[in-house]
Design a protein around this ligand. Structure first.
Ligand code: UDP
Length: 327
C-alpha cells in the first residue's frame, strides 16, 4: 500500500515507518522537522519537509502521489504545555488535522489511522480502562485528539471514510534494530530521563510525588513497547476494509515510577540518583489500559510486554546514541 505518514520523523512515526517498509509498503513521510529528525526517517521512505498548516503543500503531496492510506502522527503532544498554550493545541492540532482530512477525502484516500491518547480518560470509573470508558479529556492536548476522533466518526458516517483511532498509553522502548529511539528536546518522559541519569548526562531524577494512593505512593503507568504499538497500527490498517474502529493500546500492566527506576538500575548496573519532589500537575495516580478489544478483534499480542525488555531496548538506544540522532 502507498501510505502517507505525517510525523514520520518522530519517535513513534519513524518506528512505524520502519515496520511498514519491512512489510513491503511504500511510505511517504511528511514532517516539518520541528521535533522530528531527518536521520530517523528510514532511507527507503520518500521524505517531504512541510507544514500541515500549509493546505497547498498538503494538497501537493496528494496530487503527486496516489496515497491509499494516511497515518497521522504529526502533532503537539505535551499535556503540560497544552495547559499553558491551549490555542496551540486546540488550534493547530485540530486545524492541521482538518487540512489533512480535507485533502484525504478530496483525493479519495479513505483509510486513516489517528494517533490518539490516554489523556481522553482523566477521570476513569474503571481500571483497566477499556473503550467503553466515558471520555473526559485531561487537557487541551487530550481535547484536540477528541475533536479529531469526532471528525473521523462523522467522515465515516458521511463519506464512508475508514479510520482507526488508537489511544496510546505510555509508549516506551526503542526499535529492536537499535536504529531508532526516543530523542525529544526537551525530554520530559520518565524512561529516557532515568537513562540520561544512568549515562551521567543528568545528576538526578525527580520523582513527581510519592503520596499517591498506589502501592508505593508513586504514579502507576502502562508502558507499551513502541514496536508493539507499531504492529497495532499495521494490523488496524489492514482491518479497515471491515470497518472503522477505536482501540486503547497498552500492556494491561501497571508499573510505578519507583519500579521503573529500579528496573533501570538493574538493566544499566548504575546507581541512578532519584529524589522525591512535588507532584506534577495533571498526573492521575494510575493509568492502565485494557487492550482486550484489539487482542480479540485483530489478534494483536505484544511481543515485548516485559518492562525489563522495554528498558533494555531503550538502554541499548541511549547507550549507543547518547546524543540521539545527533550522533
Ligand atoms: N515522572 C517522574 N519524574 C520525571 C518524569 C516523569 O516522576 O522526571 C513520572 C510522571 O509523574 C508519571 C510517570 O513518570 O507518573 C510517567 O510520566 P511520563 O512523562 O513519562 O508520561 P505520561 O504518563 O505523562 O504520559
Amino acid at each position: 500500500m502507498k501510505i502517507l505518514v505525517t510525523g514520520g520523523a518522530g519517535y513513534i512515526g519513524s518506528i512505524v515507518t520502519e515496520e511498514l517498509i519491512q512489510q513491503g509498503d511504500e511510505v511517504i513521510v511528511f514532517d516539518n522537522l520541528y521535533y522530528g529528525h531527518r536521520a530517523a526517517v528510514h532511507p527507503q521512505a520518500a521524505f517531504i519537509e512541510g507544514q500541515l498548516s500549509d493546505r497547498a503543500a498538503v494538497k501537493a503531496v496528494f496530487d503527486a502521489h496516489n496515497i491509499e492510506a494516511v497515518m497521522h502522527f504529526a502533532s503537539y503532544t505535551l499535556v503540560g504545555e497544552s495547559m499553558e498554550q491551549p490555542f496551540m493545541y486546540i488550534g493547530d492540532n485540530v486545524t492541521n488535522g482538518l487540512n489533512l482530512l480535507q485533502e484525504a477525502v478530496a483525493h479519495s484516500a479513505r483509510r486513516f489511522i489517528l494517533s490518539s491518547t490516554a489523556n481522553l480518560f482523566d477521570d476513569p470509573e474503571r481500571m483497566p480502562i477499556d473503550e467503553q470508558e466515558r471520555i473526559v479529556p485531561g487537557s487541551p492536548y487530550g481535547e484536540s485528539k477528541n475533536i479529531l476522533e469526532r471528525m473521523l466518526y462523522w467522515l465515516d458516517r458521511v463519506y464512508g471514510f475508514r479510520y482507526a483511532a488508537l489511544r496510546y498509553f505510555n509508549a516506551a522502548g526503542a526499535s529492536p534494530s537499535g536504529e531508532r529511539g526516543e530523542d525529544h528536546d526537551p525530554e520530559t518522559h520518565l524512561i529516557p530521563l532515568t537513562l540520561q541519569v544512568a549515562l551521567g548526562q543528568r545528576e538526578r531524577l525527580t520523582i513527581f510525588g510519592d503520596d499517591y494512593p498506589t502501592q508505593d505512593g508513586t504514579c502507576v503507568r502502562d508502558y507499551i513497547h513502541v514496536t508493539d504499538l507499531a504492529q497495532a497500527h499495521i494490523l488496524a490498517l489492514r482491518a479497515l476494509d471491515e470497518g472503522s474502529r477505536t482501540y486503547n493500546l497498552g500492556n494491561g500492566q501497571g508499573f510505578s515510577v519507583k519500579e521503573v527506576i529500579g528496573t533501570c538500575r538493574e538493566v544499566t548496573g548504575r546507581p541512578i540518583l532519584a529524589e522525591i519532589g512535588p507532584r506534577r500537575s495533571g498526573d492521575p495516580a494510575t493509568l492502565i489500559a485494557s487492550s482486550e478489544k484489539i487482542r480479540r478483534e485483530l489478534g494483536w499480542k505484544p511481543k515485548y510486554p516485559d518492562l525489563r525488555t522495554i528498558i533494555e531496548h531503550a538502554w541499548e538506544w541511549h547507550r549507543t546514541h547518547p546524543h540521539g540522532y545527533g550522533d
